[in-house]
Design a protein around this ligand. Structure first.
Ligand code: F0G
Length: 435
């Protein structure tokens, strides 16, 4: 199968070999790159059957909820390069209480926090690490708000590569930092924000010949397509009205849009769902840009602020791709405040599901979009929970005990707080309290 890289810039569209170590187009100098394939010979019905059969198969690649669908991202010819921790395979969960909170008659969460390192990054990282191994790279690097680094550390170490991680000092949760350390990554805490560190890491990657595994890497995007492919497979190829996801660097919405377009073009699905991206209000350059409807150029935010540190990004690299996907799917971009995210998160938790703060932007955004009449109350909505509840326990404890304050120091109310109760070792007293 013929695979190549294409410049995403519509006035350039230069092509490059799939084995070139490039992250932006060398011809126009700026364009993002995307993987393209000759999909001739793809038979949707036959593949749907093959993919179902693989679920019953014990081969590691069939058990992976990413590589099971490898025909739609065939850039790896030798699957010996694949490192799988059995990523993907994440559930669709219905949550009536969250639906009611959001103003919907039903909602389904696709919970990417069930992944091996607890976030959707594993879907992309297994693909990025396969490409690194195919290219003969020995060292890999990323800047991260925490989840990419946790994932890269695990997959690189599992695949015999040396992971180098760069994170904003003091601005990632301990759960995520702990994972990077435990998975054996050389970890640098830099006194700069995510966007500044990305520029730094690009210089270092070039200088030291280290392979860059941020979402600017087009092969990670290919792996993340599997999230929507698996979602459609689990829904017997019935397309929801909406897919809602949080937006930071905007790689994931780029991957979802590309994957959905390909599924439609190849006859797997009969229509496109609408995509809704939710940003944290204090870190919402893409929201601002899209709200201006093309009247102002994209402007990065110099000091993004949010307690949802995973999406604390002021200069998202993939915004041109994200714009195309929002426009193609007749999608929308919304923003949610710190209080809205915190309350949405507690509601998702009280459904017995739980997620990390950034993921809860979905429910907060849905609530706003339903009350604004954008999403119909009876719509079929899938919200993607991107990270596991245990990624940021400090946030949870503070919320429930009324100690959470926003980046500006303003208190966040424990609307759905559930404070632990200190009791004496006294059965009568506890009986009284339980009532
Ligand atoms: N949700 C979580 C839990 C994340 O970790 C991220 C991104 C996003 C949403 C946003 O996804 O960047 O594709 O728009 N985390 C990155 C990281 C930036 O370094 O782990 P996006």
């Amino acid at each position: 199968m013929n695979s190549y890289l294409a410049c995403f810039n519509p006035v350039c569209r230069a092509h490059f070999g799939v084995n070139e170590v490039i992250y932006n187009c060398p011809t126009c100098g700026t364009g993002l790159l995307e993987a393209q394939y000759d999909f001739t010979g793809i038979n949707a019905d036959a593949l749907k059957k093959t993919w179902r059969e693989r679920r019953m198969d014990n081969a590691p690649l069939s058990q992976s909820g990413v590589w099971r669908y490898r025909e739609l991202f065939p850039f790896v010819d030798d699957t010996d390069n694949v490192v799988t921790l059995r990523e993907g395979n994440t559930p669709l969960l219905s949550a009536p209480r969250a639906a009611a909170y959001g103003g919907l008659s039903r909602i389904t969460f696709k919970h990417q926090g069930f992944n091996p390192t607890g976030s959707f990054k594993d879907n992309g990282m297994t693909a990025g690490v396969a490409q690194a191994r195919k290219l003969g790279m020995k060292r890999v690097a990323c800047v991260s708000t925490g989840n990419t680094s946790a994932s890269m550390a695990a997959y690189a170490s599992a695949g015999g590569l040396d992971p180098f991680i760069f994170i904003p000092n003091g601005n990632i949760s301990y759960g995520k930092l702990a994972q990077a350390l435990e998975y054996g990554a050389k970890t640098f805490q830099v006194d700069a924000n995510f966007d500044q560190i990305l520029a730094l890491v690009r210089v270092l990657a070039e200088r030291l010949g280290i392979y860059l595994l941020n979402s600017i890497n087009p092969f990670r995007i290919e792996g993340q397509k599997s999230i929507v492919i698996e979602m459609m497979d689990q829904r017997d190829w019935h397309v929801p009205d909406w897919i809602v996801l949080p937006g930071g660097n905007l790689g994931n919405v780029s991957a979802f849009g590309k994957g959905l377009r390909e599924l439609k073009e190849l006859g797997f699905i009969d229509k496109l769902p609408r995509l809704a991206v939710i940003q944290a209000a204090g870190s919402s350059p893409f929201y601002e840009y899209m709200a201006a409807k093309g009247l102002t150029p994209f402007k990065s935010q110099e000091h993004p602020e949010t307690l949802a540190t995973a999406i604390k990004i002021g200069d998202p690299v993939s915004w041109p791709k994200a714009q195309l996907e929002i426009e193609t799917t007749n999608g929308v971009v919304e923003r949610a405040s710190e209080q809205e995210i915190a309350d949405g998160k507690a509601v998702i938790g009280a459904c017995g599901i739980g997620c990390e703060p950034a993921s809860a932007a979905t429910l907060a955004g849905i609530k706003k979009l339903v009350s604004a009449g954008v999403i119909a109350p009876d719509a079929d909505v899938v919200a993607v929970l991107t990270g596991n509840v245990l990624k940021d326990p400090d946030y949870i404890y503070r919320y429930h005990t009324g100690q959470l304050t926003g980046p500006d120091g303003a208190p966040i109310l424990p609307t759905f707080g559930n404070k632990p109760i200190v009791v004496p070792n006294d059965a009568d007293r506890i009986t009284e309290l339980i009532g």
